[in-house]
Design a protein around this ligand. Structure first.
Ligand SMILES: Cc1ncc(COP(=O)(O)O)c(C=O)c1O
Length: 400
């Protein structure tokens, strides 16, 4: 047993948690056992709680400057100690959230009606952001083979050459598949984008969940001075801080960086930092590396449990292989021959469980669901039992 207990039972009662209390909108009912939205049933690390308490003790929450030496030092320390990447202060900018940054990059680098490339399946919020901003979704689907999810470079290059295509939203590690992109894949992507004038956004919010850590290559490593690339990330996933709005981005495009910072301040009036988030960033990035390493061990064990349980009890209907990153299990029910509406209705009505329907992550038919394993072992077993019950019952009904 490690230093930290990730199997501890937790409660979100009275916190208006989307995971627990927000199932009505998507699943049509409350009281479901939830394993859907990407936050964790795991308490934050002690140094972060302490730092926030200390900040609260000051009792003044006035406007706060993010351009300060402690913030820069914490971010630089994390990137250097975790990934061996040395950043400069001026390359780092604070922003309200990762999705805000992605949305703003799209608005600044394309017009309404222009195309933005997504690799599908894709994080559902990218799909809704493109719809919400009136951009065309230009789909570059993964090709799945026995080795995993392969990127179709030929198709990607054809898409990048199109006049109407202006931006590519890249996600590394990838939500929902858990793919960790190799250095050589990233180099090719960068080259194709730069050669065709396509702005490259790399969303690396899941960067701390690449297992092993050394497998993660950030686009920052390949980014040259002046490249039209922006890397956006934050601590919302790694340290379970999604409701403390904050993020930061890294860019070596000096002019764009200046404009984006200026617009966040004067166009949107959001130039000041969330002071509790800043306190959390400092504590997390300076003191919680070991906590993240052990959390990854716990997640790896949970994924192994899911893989073994499916092999043993549900291999008739489901296919799943542990991903190389994230805490999201992308599980296929293609084998079952059941259509997605039937499965998702049954998971809710028979299983009493909320998992994310695959069709949210795609622009075409999708026979997967996403099961969040950032929880105690006990809850994962509970969830798996409910999925098993669903498939046992549904196949009895459909066979009749
Ligand atoms: C790939 C990805 N990007 C961004 C976000 C959300 O980030 P933020 O809350 O900072 O907008 C998520 C949350 O699930 C995510 O998976």
């Amino acid at each position: 047993m490690g230093k930290f207990n990730f199997d501890k039972g937790t409660s979100r009662e009275g916190t208006y948690s989307v995971q627990y209390e927000g199932t009505d909108a998507l699943f049509g009912r409350s009281g479901l056992e939830p394993f859907w939205i990407a936050d964790m049933d795991i308490e934050i690390a002690e140094p972060i709680a302490e730092a926030m308490k200390n900040r609260i003790d000051n009792r003044i929450f006035g406007y706060t400057i993010w351009q300060n030496p402690k913030f820069y030092a914490a971010v630089k320390h994390w990137w250097s100690s975790r990934f061996g990447i040395e950043l400069k202060d001026e390359e780092i900018s604070y922003a309200p959230s990762v999705l805000f940054t992605v949305g703003e990059v799209i608005r600044q680098h394309s017009e309404e009606g222009d195309g933005v490339i997504l690799t599908t399946p894709s994080y559902n919020a990218f799909i809704s952001q493109l719809k919400g901003n009136g951009r065309k979704i230009v789909d570059c689907p993964f090709i799945e083979d026995e080795k995993g999810y392969q990127f179709d470079f030929e198709h990607f290059e054809t898409l990048c050459k199109r006049e109407d295509v202006k931006v590519y939203i890249h996600c590394n590690p990838h939500n929902p598949t858990g793919k960790v992109w190799t250095g050589s894949e990233l180099r090719k992507i960068r080259e194709i984008c730069m050669a065709n004038g396509v702005f490259l956004i790399s969303d690396e919010i899941h960067m701390d969940f690449a297992r092993p850590r050394s497998s993660f290559v950030s686009m920052v490593e390949l980014m040259e001075e002046g490249d039209r690339i922006l890397v956006t990330t934050g601590l919302g996933k790694t340290f379970n801080l999604a409701s403390l709005p904050h993020s930061y981005f890294i860019s070596r495009d000096k002019e764009f960086r200046r404009k984006l910072n200026q617009d966040i301040g004067s166009k949107y009036g959001m130039g000041a930092a969330n002071s509790l988030a800043l306190a959390a960033v400092e504590a997390a990035y300076n003191e919680c590396g070991e906590w993240v390493d052990e959390l990854n061990d716990h997640l790896e064990e949970n994924f192994q449990l899911v893989e073994d349980y499916i092999d043993e009890h549900m291999s008739e209907w489901l296919t799943f292989k542990k991903p190389d990153a994230t805490y999201l299990a992308w599980i296929s029910f293609e084998k079952s021959g059941l259509d997605d509406d039937t499965v998702h209705k049954a998971l809710v009505e028979i299983g009493g469980i909320a998992v994310s329907p695959g069709k949210m992550y795609d622009v075409k038919k999708n026979q997967h669901f996403r099961f969040n394993v950032a929880s105690s072992r006990e809850r994962i077993i509970l969830g798996l039992g409910r999925i098993r019950k669903t498939f046992e019952e549904i196949t009895k009904i459909t066979k009749k």
